[in-house]
Ligand binder design. Structure first.
Ligand code: NDP
Ligand code: 8X3
Length: 252
């Protein structure tokens, strides 16, 4: 029987590629994000190329009300969510603390921590009721190390690590699986967003080495989701071969 997965941030990068991969591996999908056109296009592609059913929800995860409305709007047949992939997130800017942009800090905290919590709070109780479910949180190497000027972004991902442990402890007796995936540099729209559309700056991040691609992380997520019932993958750190720790790159 197919499982239902809700993916936050399915309009680009890791979320989009994971949607494609899960659609071919016995999942029906609830795809979310702010960019409706992209969600519709992806839903059309997936339903054309697979047996997967897709439902889209358009909302800004920073809004508690909009997130609640979106989840409450789900038709009955979509209410039993087996997998929650907490992927929506971003880095905004790269500045020292003393020159930090407070609006950027708020955007990262509101998306990467509070947004993740809002949606988890809405979906986890139903998993607990059924004594079944799997939450996968996308953390980062930035959740394990702090790098210069990464301050607030790294703090949000450290929070994701901590929340993953908290979720696992609190839902242990209900048989809920909780995992995190912590990638190094993945070439997605991440750097374009971080540098606010400056493509030259964004491209420089991946210059001279082969980064990870969204598909690499999608495959890791699929691995996590397809372990036997008695196996929980707590955390996987995935790095490009040419990257050691958060800021050591071997560039040719
Ligand atoms: P992308 O920028 O390609 O994708 C980010 C996704 O998050 C988009 O679908 C975007 O959708 C969604 N999102 C962002 N803000 C909001 C919001 N306010 N409300 C709803 N959705 C939102 O980046 P990645 O795929 O790389 O990032 C996915 C996750 O992976 C993030 O949590 C990131 O921190 C993490 N990560 C990324 C790494 C990398 O090097 N790329 C490495 C380690 C972790 P939309 O804009 O349509 O709302
Ligand atoms: C994204 C990877 O190193 O740019 O989380 O923070 S990094």
């Amino acid at each position: 029987m197919k499982r239902t997965a809700l993916i936050t941030g399915a309009t680009a990068g890791i979320g989009e590629e994971t949607a494609r991969l899960l659609s071919k591996n016995d999942f029906n999908l609830i795809l979310t994000g702010r960019r409706e056109e992209r969600l519709k296009k992806l839903a059309d592609e997936i339903t054309r190329d697979s047996e997967c059913k897709v439902h889209i929800l358009v909302f800004d995860i920073r809004s508690r009300e909009k997130t609640m409305e979106a989840v409450k709007s789900l038709p009955q047949e979509w209410m039993n969510i087996d997998v929650l992939l907490n992927n929506a997130g971003l880095a905004a800017g790269l500045n020292t603390i003393q020159e930090g942009v407070v609006d950027d800090w708020e955007q990262m905290i509101d998306t990467n921590i509070k947004g993740l919590l809002y949606i988890t709070r809405l979906i986890a109780p139903k998993m607990v009721e059924r004594n079944s479910g799997h939450i996968v949180n996308i953390s980062s190497i930035a959740g394990k190390e702090t790098y210069p000027m990464g301050n607030v972004y790294c703090a949000t991902k450290h929070a994701v690590q901590s929340l993953t442990q908290g979720m696992r402890l609190d839902m242990l007796k209900h048989g809920i699986k909780v995992s995190s995936v912590s990638p190094g540099a993945v070439e997605t729209e991440f750097s374009l967003v971080r540098f606010k559309g400056d493509k030259e700056k964004a491209d420089k991040v991946y210059e001279g080495f082969t980064p990870l691609f969204a598909k690499d992380i999608a495959e890791t997520i699929l691995f996590i989701l397809t372990r036997p019932a008695h196996v929980n993958i707590d955390d996987i750190l995935v790095m490009p071969t040419a990257q050691a720790f958060s800021r050591e790159f071997y560039r040719k």
